[in-house]
Structure formats: C-alpha cells, structure tokens
Design a protein around this ligand. Structure first.
Ligand SMILES: *Cc1c(COP(=O)(O)O)cnc(C)c1O
Length: 395
C-alpha cells in the first residue's frame, strides 16, 4: 500500500473542511469588492468585519488594531521596515534574534543597505534568548526589538513578555512573529505588551496567502504597500475576502480546540522523540527537550549523514518532512538557526524537522521511526564519514 504521511505542518497545513465551507460563498455569491459602495460591497465588508472581530477577540485586541495582509512574510516585512523607517529620526539601531524566519533575516539585510544598523541577541544552545545579553546591547538609538514567539525550525518558545518589558524600559518598541504560535499557544497581546505581532493563516489549517499584523493603537508605522484606501489606508490592495473569512474560521477552531490539540500533538511528539533517542544512535535533538517547545516540533541532527539524504529516503517511503527550514532547503547553506544554537557545521547540515498535526496517528509515528531507523543505518553504512567513536550516547 502506498503511504502518504504528512509530518511537515510547520511548513503548511491542509485547509480545514469548516474553513473551506465558510469560504465558498465568498468565491461565488458574495463576490463584491469590500471597497465598493453598493450592496455587493457591503456583504463582503460584513464578512471581513466579522473575521476581524473574531481574531481580535481571540488575541485580546480591538478590531481596528488588526490589519489583514497576504501572510506572515508580508506582516514581518511591514512591521520591521515600517517601524524602522517611521522611527528613524529617533534612531537607526534595530535588534532581532538570530533565529528569526527568513522574512525577518532578509529584511534585516535589506534595512542594513538603507543605512540601519542591526544587532542580534544571543540565544543559548536550546534557542532561548539570553535576556541579559539583550539588555547589554540596547543603546539610546535602539528603536525596535523583534523576536519570534516560537521558532519554526526547533520549536523554542521565547519569553516575549520579558522581552517586551525590556524593550519598553529602554524606549524601544517590541515586535513578535507569532506565525508558529498563534492558534497553538494562548496569546493575549495586551498581557504580553507587544506593539506589533505577525500572524499567518496557512499554518493553522486556514487558506494560504492571508495573514494579519497587529498594530497597537497609538503606534504609527509606515506603509509598505501603498495603493487604495483598504485597511484604513494603511495597506492597499483589494481585500482577499474569502481568504480573510477562512483565516478567521480556522483561527476560531484552533482557539476552541487548543488544549485538546496541544495535548494530543505533544503526545505524538514525545513518543517520537523518546523512541528516536532510544533507538537511533548518534542523533541530537535540537531545541528544548520538552518544556518550552512547540507541541508539534521534533528536530534532529543525524551525525555522519546529510539531512537531505534522510529526507529523500523518508519521501520514498511516503513520509513528508523538512530538512532545516523549508525556506533554506534547496540551498546547501547550513541552517542559520542551528548555527546560532552553536551546532558545528556538520550537524547543522544533517538536520530533519518533523512537525506533527492533529490528523496524524500514533501508527504513523511508529511507522516513521522504523523507516527512519532503516534509512539511517543504510546511509551510514554507505558513508565514508561514518566512524563510530566509543560509547553511543544521545543527547
Ligand atoms: C511560515 C512562517 C512565516 C511566513 O509566513 P507566510 O504566511 O508563509 O508568508 C513567517 N514566520 C514564521 C515563524 C513562519 O513559520
């Protein structure tokens, strides 16, 4: 029997049936432009307003603090560029973590070319931000401090509330990329104290190509997509009404089932981690052991083997995983996240991310362990690098 086992939920998730059904009429019947002054437009606006109210309630903000975008990448770009540029008369020093998503890292490089200076906070071997180091690199001209709420590659959950407090004590604003955390962890933006927060729909069983940026009332950032009057004149472009409606429905379901999903998915992950560490020699679990880790994430480096070759072996057996992050795979660069955690280049090349979802089963997890064991053994037997050294000890 041909298997199709999906363990790549940190890359994207399938659209939920409920979200899909909620979206359908917005493609065929309620197709008006949400910016139009007639009944068709008003119907579309109703869908968008409802969606905004739904998400605002979940993250505890006002609906007018939420701006819909084309996804996490755009929200990250907008928050980072928009805030940096709006505050540049006060200062041009920006701080982010070194394990941010490419949407932030590449934007940092682009801002450097515009004359901004970027510093990176240190993270420890598990990926947790070093708050003392962060305090030590803040300067009077620091305007922006950005850190993801949870890392997409190794699953580390960061102390955002503390980071926001430190930022505000030093007169900087705090941004968080909550793309991996939204719908998985309870988020209250007022309690966290963040000024800007990115979210994306397709990581939480919603449609692709839609997301949101939370912008705290009173904070003004520059627009990066200029155009029509949409999103209270802050983000041009005809609203993706069906997408926004599906996003909100998916978010509502994720919030409703949060505890149940957390418990179930983390039980799959723990079973998987325990078995791999016990049964596969010379592997390293990247990221935190269990506490402070996203429930879906298990990321391993396999000594003496390229991550890519394991990925292909698993793919042949019908199992979909990711090597490094989906964005850096395809390149031969080691993962910037694993390098920031202090892994040597060899191990940073040999990593595989398993990210589980609510539809996965324990049988699938057990099957994956068997396939993985066989693949690792076979690849090592062919590898000229494989020189088992002393006692087998996994960490
Ligand atoms: C997926 C992801 C993004 C990008 O979101 P898109 O909606 O795919 O553009 C940004 N940040 C993190 C942490 C992600 O996991």
């Amino acid at each position: 029997m041909e298997k199709h086992i999906y363990f790549d939920h940190a890359a994207t998730t399938p659209l939920s049936e409920e979200a899909f059904n909620k979206m359908k009429p917005y493609f065929t019947e309620i197709y008006g432009n949400a910016n139009s002054q007639h009944a068709f437009g008003r119907e579309a606006v109703k869908g968008v307003d409802e969606a905004r109210d739904t998400i605002a309630k979940i993250i505890n903000c006002r609906p007018n603090e939420l701006y819909f975008t084309s996804g996490g990448t755009e929200s990250d770009n907008w928050a980072f560029r928009g805030a940096a540029r709006a505050m540049q008369r006060k200062g041009k020093h920006l701080i982010i973590s070194p394990i941010e998503h490419a949407a932030m890292i590449m934007t940092a490089h682009a801002l450097e070319k515009e004359g901004f200076e970027i510093s990176y906070m240190k993270v420890d071997e598990y990926g947790f931000v070093d708050l003392e180091h962060l305090k030590s690199i803040i300067r009077p001209d620091t305007t922006f401090i950005g850190c993801m709420m949870a890392n997409n590659e190794v699953g580390t959950i960061e102390p955002i509330k503390e980071i926001a407090k430190i930022a505000h004590e030093h007169g900087a604003i705090c941004f968080t990329d909550a793309v991996q955390a939204a719908g998985v962890l309870k988020i209250d933006v007022k309690d966290l104290g963040v000024d800007l927060m990115s979210m994306s729909s397709h990581k939480i069983y919603g449609p692709k190509g839609v997301g949101a940026l939370y912008i705290r009332t009173g904070l003004s950032i520059e627009s990066i997509i200029t155009g029509g009057h949409q999103e209270r004149m802050k983000r041009g472009g005809t609203t993706n009404v069906a997408g926004v409606v599906g996003f909100a429905e998916a978010f509502k379901i994720a919030d409703r089932d949060m505890d149940k999903n957390f418990e179930y998915v983390s039980s799959l992950r723990d079973h998987f981690i325990d078995r791999v560490l016990a049964e596969v020699p010379y592997v390293k679990l990247n990221g935190p052991r269990k506490e402070g880790r996203l429930p879906a994430n298990a990321d391993f480096s396999f000594k003496y083997i390229e991550g890519e070759s394991i990925l292909f072996s698993l793919d042949l057996a019908g199992i979909a995983v990711s090597s490094g992050s989906a964005c850096s795979s395809g390149s031969l660069e080691p993962s910037h996240v694993l390098l920031a955690l202090g892994l040597p280049e060899g191990l940073a090349h040999g990593s595989i991310r398993f990210s589980f979802g609510k539809h996965n089963t324990l049988e699938e997890v057990d099957y994956a362990v068997e396939v993985l064991k066989a693949a690792v053994e076979r690849l090592r037997s062919m590898s000229p690098l494989f020189k088992p050294e002393g006692e087998i000890k996994n960490v």
